[in-house]
Every structure is written in C-alpha cells, then in structure tokens.
Design a protein around this ligand. Structure first.
Ligand code: ADP
Ligand code: ZN
Length: 596
C-alpha cells in the first residue's frame, strides 16, 4: 500500500482517513467516506483500483470533469478512461474494447449510462474490482445538488452482490449523510467522517465599503494567482468582470445568462491558468477540480453557511494556503431580503430567511470564524485560537463606542429621522456638500462633532447599530434611519455599545495570503511557466502536470538528482520519467546562475 502510494502518487504519507478507506476497500468492505474538498478522496479509490484485479467503475455526475479526472489518473500511469456522450462512437468502442479485455484500472461513467440495460449487460461480463459513487450527496433530495439519475444507484448492491461499493461526498450535513446510507443500502459499511476543518484556508470578513476598490486591492496583493469572485446577480458579475478587465486584470465572467460556448471557454481559460480571476454567480463551481485556487472573494452575501463553506472550499485543494474574504455590510441585507420576499413558496422562503440570518450572524460575530463554521456542522473546534482568521489573528478588538453611538443617534433625532446613513455620516464629519447646506444641517449641534473619524468609520458604526437593533432602516429605494427603543437607553447611558474594530490592518486591506513563503518565489515562477508550457503541449490543465504544492516543494528543496526529485511530494515514478528531466534541468540552470 505504502509502496504504491509512493511510486504511483509520489506521496510519502496518507492524509487522515485515507488509509482506513483503502484498507476496507482492499478487503472488499463497503465504504461511506465524508471528507471535505481537498481531503484527497480520489486517492482513496484510485490506490485500491491499482492494486486490485479488475476495473473500478466510478460514477460521477459531471461529464465536463471526467476528462480532467482521467488525465489526472493517467498522468500517474494509471490505466483510466471514461465513457460518456461527448465521445464519438469510435472512441466509445475503443474504451469498451479495453474494458472487456481487462486493461482498465478505472472507468468513469455518468449515472445516466448506468441506467442503460446494454451497459449493465456489458458490466456483467467484466471483472469489477469495486463501484465508486463520487459526489454521493447527489442521491439525496435534501442536499443542494440532487440528481434524479442518482436514484438508480441503489441497484448497485443487488446487481453486484460481491463487489464493494464506496460512496464519497464532501457534504457536511448529517441529514444528507443518513439519506445516502438509506438509499444505497450499503452492507456493513465502514463510515468515516473527516473533520470539516480546512486548516490551510484563511477566513477574513471585511467591512464592505467600496467593493470595487477592495477587490482591486485584493487582486493586486495576489498578482498572477488564481481566484474566484462570487457575486449574486448576473449583472454584477458582468459589471465586475468588465471593471477588472478595464483595470488590466485577466478576469472573465461566468453566469447562467452567457451562452454555453462562452461559459465553457471562460471556464477552460481559468482551468488552464490563462485567466487569473473568474467572476461568477453560484452557477460556477461544481465540477471545478482546479487545485491551485489561491483566493475566493465573496463580494456579496452568500445564501447560506453551507453555500459559503462549499464556495470557499474550492480554494486551496492542494493544501497550500488560500484566503477566503467576505465583504460584508448590513446594507446588503435588504437586497437579499428582496429576493427572498419574492419567493412564492412559504416553506422555501422561511428556509431562505433562516439561512440568511445565520450568514449574517457568522459575519457579525466576534468569535473565531473557523469555530463558527465548524459549529454549524456540529463539530467542535477545541483550540482557542485558529491563527488563521481575522478574529484570531488579532486584527479586531471590541471597542466601547457608546459616545460615538450617541453622536449618531443624536444626529438622527435632530434631523427628525428623515435621512439615510450617508447623510448622517456627512453631518458628523462636517461635510460641505450641497444637500447638507440646502437643509441647513451645517447649523446643527452635531455638525462636525465626528470630524476626527472618516466617513467610513461612521458608516461602519451605523452598520453596527443596525446589527445590534439600536436603529432600523426603512424599506425602499432611499432608506432612512429611525430609532428603536434601545436607542433611548443608549442616549441615557443606561446601556453601552461595543463595536468590533479592525486594528493593524491598513484600510480595506485583506489578510495576507501567504503568511510566509519558505520557497524561492523567483524559481517558483519559472517552474510555473515550464508547467504551463508542458500542459499546453499535452492538452491538459497545468495542475494535472504538478500541483502548486509540488512546485513549492521543488522551489524550497532544489532537487538536483532523480532520487532527490522522487522525495518531492507529488512526484511518482511515472511523473519523474515524463517530466523529471525538464524540471531538473531548469532547477540546475537556476542554481548555477545563482551560484548555489
Ligand atoms: P477531493 O476530491 O477530496 O476534493 P482530491 O482527491 O482532488 O480531493 O485531492 C486534493 C489534492 O490533494 C490533490 O492535489 C491530491 O493530489 C492531493 N493529495 C491527495 N492525497 C494526498 C496525500 N496523501 N499526500 C499529499 N497530497 C495528497
Ligand atoms: Zn479563528
């Protein structure tokens, strides 16, 4: 087992739970494995597929992904193929021939093929080492990606009474998990549930002030790195993508309103490292295997904690640090409410509201983000400090803002609860704008009392007062602020207001993505271009050649011989044979140029 792990995959140890899953499959026991994205699910079945006689059939919902999965397996020398409707009859015949002559370790198929009786008939004539169900949550109507086709997979255990069945999913909810077990009727399965913690992801929630400028700052601090920006509407996706392009970033849009061809083209460019940033609605993501996504920005509120977890989860599959930034302001809530209120179904609307309130609570809390997320999935996170979220990194502190809150409340009262947040902030900062002068608000007692803070500070405080239900905002196009009962108590100093304040962080500045880079970044860039060149020659995505982690490892340890190259994580014998010479030559040249 360990020998295959090293030789075929180039890894030196198992990740948590991989070993127990592999052992069970080798002794033909059914498995349900729940592991987060990036947990290394593919290896759990690919390794036994190499060791066991016969073919492992993998049922996977996404045709678009199959080619990448097969390319990935083949790049390690595994005999893999897929069967789906994108192929010509000749290509399919060839795969069938290989299947029947027992020369495939892995065969990927879509669930709709499994329903076909002639395909089932063919399967009965081949030796199946095991049947694997990828994205197994698709069988559950409770999950977010229900696929009716998946229901047919309950036939597996009756059709192949002696073949182990292994189901894999990254879904964290317990309801879906139980549903998978019930529907598939697995026989005394090994059930593993990995921790949903993603230690290499850094969580940051930033007060959303000027979203465009904040996104630009984030991209500038990550030049050339791959990232996803999520937005709610198609229009904001197009606008943001155009804005970023105009600023010279390699950004492309992705949403359900684009033509199939354009969507496909943009996704392909992103996967092949030709575009750095994809700006997308939630239509984007399922079926993105790209392992070197270094940041995910939510420029609008996600729909639910589960969505947030899945969407941020697409970053850092390779285990290298990646940043997840949520830009949040209370001002976004009415927009979300507007969509939710329009939902015709009562139950659905209620669910959406509950989900939204949980997201808002997550973003407004001053508790560790990681702990809050894991708590949502019923997991406790023991450490006091995760060291990789904005709260734990100490960039925030609770500050008593009672006095400043009184200034805000007083400005609202003195203008008779008839104005919005921007105008109140203008009064406090002593703005000279026309509206202030027209209303004579420069003669108010509160005019300019808050000069020592900028307008952003006051807007943030107003946000906090909204969140703490001290004030409320009216509905409609020009919302105005008015006081709630709590405001009276604050004005009388019977209650105080604390606000989470950002410290040590430059204005709108996100957390650093690479806390440290213990490798030679100049060499890394050279390795990266070589990887891209090879990937293009072979028509495969760059991360299939080598992951970012593998290149970081090379740029840190500077292997100069084939033996040294084999100790690099992700370099197995086949990859050494295929790419070793080119990478060794590059490292060698680099080292002599730099006299090391
Ligand atoms: P999942 O399908 O669970 O999201 P993948 O199977 O795509 O995860 O694996 C994620 C990444 O982790 C891949 O780049 C893979 O090569 C790497 N990986 C898997 N197992 C190991 C391991 N034991 N050691 C190091 N890297 C691993
Ligand atoms: Zn934390």
């Amino acid at each position: 087992m360990l020998n295959t792990l090293r030789k075929v995959f180039g890894f030196h140890e198992f990740r948590p739970n991989q070993e127990s899953v592999v052992r069970s499959l080798l002794k033909k026991q059914d498995v349900l494995a729940i592991m987060p994205t990036g947990g290394g699910k593919s290896l759990c079945y690919q390794l036994p597929a190499v060791l066991l006689p016969g073919t492992c059939m993998v049922i996977s919902p996404l045709i678009a992904l199959m080619k990448d999965q097969v390319d990935g397996a083949r790049s390690n020398g595994i005999r893999a193929a897929f069967l789906n409707s994108s192929q010509s009859p000749d290509e399919r015949d060839e795969v069938m021939h290989n299947l029947l002559s027992n020369s495939l370790d892995l065969l990927y198929v879509a669930p709709e093929r499994f329903i076909l009786s002639h395909f089932r008939e063919t399967l009965s004539r081949v030796q199946l080492s095991m049947a694997v169900i990828d994205e197994a949550h698709c069988i559950s109507e409770w999950g977010h990606d229900f696929r009716p086709d998946y229901l047919s997979l309950s036939d597996l255990v009756t059709l192949f009474p002696h073949t182990p069945v292994a189901a894999f999913t990254a879904t964290a909810t317990h309801t879906v998990q139980q549903d998978i077990l019930d529907k598939l009727a697995l026989r005394h399965p090994l059930i593993v549930r990995a921790s949903f913690d993603r230690p290499n992801l850094i969580y940051d929630v930033c007060f959303k002030d000027k979203a465009d400028a904040q996104m630009i700052a984030l991209l500038k601090s990550n030049p050339g790195k791959a990232g996803i920006i999520y937005r709610t509407s198609r229009k904001s996706v197009s606008d943001t993508a155009a804005m970023l392009q105009a600023k010279g970033f390699r950004a492309l849009p992705y949403h359900a309103g684009l033509s199939d061809t354009e969507r496909k083209r943009n996704q392909e460019a992103f996967i092949r490292d030709e575009a750095d940033v994809i700006v997308a609605t939630i239509a984007f993501g399922m079926g993105i295997d790209k392992s070197n996504i270094r940041f995910v920005i939510h420029a609008d509120l996600p729909k639910s904690i589960e969505n947030y977890y899945q969407e941020t989860g697409r970053a850092g599959r390779d285990g290298e640090p990646a940043a997840c930034t949520l830009l949040f302001s209370q001002g976004d809530i009415p927009k979300m409410r507007f969509f939710i209120d329009a939902m015709p179904d009562d139950a659905e609307r209620q669910r959406a509201l509950t989900a939204l309130s949980k997201v808002v609570a997550f973003a407004s809390t001053s508790v560790c983000r990681r702990r809050t997320l894991l708590d949502y999935f019923g997991e406790t996170y023991p450490p006091d400090n995760c060291n990789s979220c904005d709260i734990c990194l100490g960039t925030r502190r609770l500050v008593d803002c009672t006095l400043q809150a009184q200034m805000v409340l007083s400005a609202i009262v003195r203008t008779e609860e008839r104005f919005g947040a921007g105008h109140i902030a203008d009064i406090l900062t002593g703005s000279q704008n026309k509206k202030i002068l027209d209303f004579g608000h420069d003669r108010l007692k509160t005019y300019g009392v808050g000069k020592h803070h900028d307008k952003k500070y006051w807007r943030q405080l107003i946000d906090e007062l909204l969140a703490q239900k001290v004030i409320q905002k009216s509905e409609g196009l020009y919302p105005i602020l008015f006081l709630l009962p709590k405001a009276g108590r604050i004005l009388k100093r019977e209650e105080r207001i604390d606000m989470v304040r950002v410290l040590d962080k430059k204005k709108g500045q996100p957390l650093p993505i690479e806390i440290s880079a213990p490798y030679d970044s100049q060499l890394f860039e050279l390795l990266r271009s070589l990887r891209k060149q090879i990937a293009d020659e072979q028509g495969i995505p760059p991360y299939v050649v080598f992951s970012d982690r593998t290149l970081h490892d090379m740029a840190a340890n500077l292997p100069r011989t084939a033996e040294a190259m084999l100790t690099v994580s992700g370099v197995g014998e086949i990859k050494l044979e295929r790419y070793g010479r080119q990478f060794l030559r590059l490292i060698d040249r680099y080292c002599s140029d730099h006299h090391s």
